[in-house]
Ligand binder design. Sequence first.
Ligand SMILES: *[C@@H]1O[C@H](CO)[C@@H](O)[C@H](O)[C@H]1NC(C)=O
Ligand SMILES: *[C@@H]1O[C@H](CO)[C@@H](O)[C@H](O)[C@H]1NC(C)=O
Length: 186
Amino acid sequence: MNNERINNVIFLHLLLLFVLTIVSRGHAHYSLGKEKVTHLHFFFQERLNGDHPTTVLVAKPKDTVISASNTLPFGAVYVLDVPLTEGLDPNSKVVGQAQGLAVSVGQDKLMVVFMVDIGFTSGEFNGSSFSVLSRNPILETNHRELAIVGGRGKFRMARGFAEHHTLTATTSVVVVESNVTIFHYE
Ligand SMILES: *[C@@H]1O[C@H](CO)[C@@H](O)[C@H](O)[C@H]1NC(C)=O
Ligand SMILES: *[C@@H]1O[C@H](CO)[C@@H](O)[C@H](O)[C@H]1NC(C)=O
């Protein structure tokens, strides 16, 4: 190669590097739009038995017995797919689903950790969902708070909290009111 060709090769490499730098800078400046705050209000309608339970036991420690009076011993893992309704009445309009896991994590005291996707099937947020990954101290029936750590669709980059209030808790039905405050991008 003569000097001129070597210079040309170096020039082309530098040009490529320059273009790649600009392209990657462009990605770093990806814009999310304006942040906004949304409040949501809905009810979890859990059915623990019958033909179509919304919540099923999938794992438990080997020698632990699960009974009606001991449904959440340490180590029990439940999968849930719970309809979310607009109103307190279980026959009111279904607006979405809570799908995920509830794990009993307390050795000495009852504690549940929730890993649940809250997805909407109607209204402004149809097709969007947010993620709850949080302790869920279900014994605090009047007021407890769960962390919202992310989301999809209209809930991209979401963070916030859900305030829960247990309205009914029998061996077959659990109804929980959820008031959500969520920060996300349009
Ligand atoms: C929600 O979105 C799905 C998928 O885009 C669509 O099929 C459905 O009709 C929508 N439902 C409502 C109630 O808007
Ligand atoms: C949830 O919000 C509703 C309506 O905004 C309100 O009536 C209710 O008292 C709230 N409940 C809790 C537990 O914060």
